[in-house]
Design a protein around this ligand. Structure first.
Ligand code: HEC
Length: 158
């Protein structure tokens, strides 16, 4: 019985870890064919538009993650690495930005339950009215942008 118990505990733990990691990466858009992708030239503008508001040069970057420099991206969040150079499939940044996993999709949805932000619901949300003068959240990345991010990481994240 104790053995069984331990097996179960281990299995449960593994299952939890697996849930956190088991994302169907076959759903990712393929890496772009473009060569010589660099942060400064190609990546920064994408992240600037969609991510800097929460992961830029602000007082408390979300999750301790700064995306406004290569160093910041490679340093990762308080949880650890978000980019694995040369392995975009294993990079949380890609999983999050591609939104293939609802749990970690970035930018986060403004209100839980308001699904379909990917369709570009700027200002179209019916529950945005009373007092909510906040800027609409940044638009999610397009598949092309995710492809470019993948190419950048797969080429070494320079
Ligand atoms: C509106 C604010 C906001 C925007 C915009 C935003 N994020 Fe986030 N991000 C968060 C918050 C809040 C967390 C903490 C996540 C959580 O635990 O839900 C987070 C966490 C993350 C993490 C996980 C860090 C970790 O290791 O746990 C990644 C990766 C990430 N964001 C990437 C991005 C990318 C890429 C973009 C742009 C495409 C983006 N974020 C845009 C608020 C934002």
């Amino acid at each position: 019985m104790p053995v069984l118990y331990r097996t179960c505990t281990a299995a449960l733990f593994c299952a939890l870890v697996a849930t956190a990691l088991a994302v169907d990466v076959s759903k990712l858009p393929p890496p772009a064919k473009m060569q010589g992708v660099t942060y400064a030239k190609d990546i920064r503008p994408i992240l600037e538009a969609a991510c800097f508001r929460c992961h830029g040069n602000i007082e408390r970057p979300k999750a301790g993650l700064r995306l406004d420099s290569v160093e910041g991206v490679l340093k990762g969040s308080k949880e650890g690495q978000v980019v694995v150079p040369r392995n975009s499939e294993k990079s949380q940044l890609i999983i999050s930005a591609s939104r293939i996993d609802p749990e970690t999709a970035m930018p986060p949805k403004p209100h839980s339950g308001a699904k379909g932000g990917a369709a570009g619901s700027r200002g179209a949300s019916p529950n945005q009215a009373p007092g909510g003068q906040m800027d609409p959240p940044p638009k999610p990345l397009t598949a092309e942008q995710v492809s470019l991010l993948r190419a950048w990481i797969d080429q070494g994240a320079k």
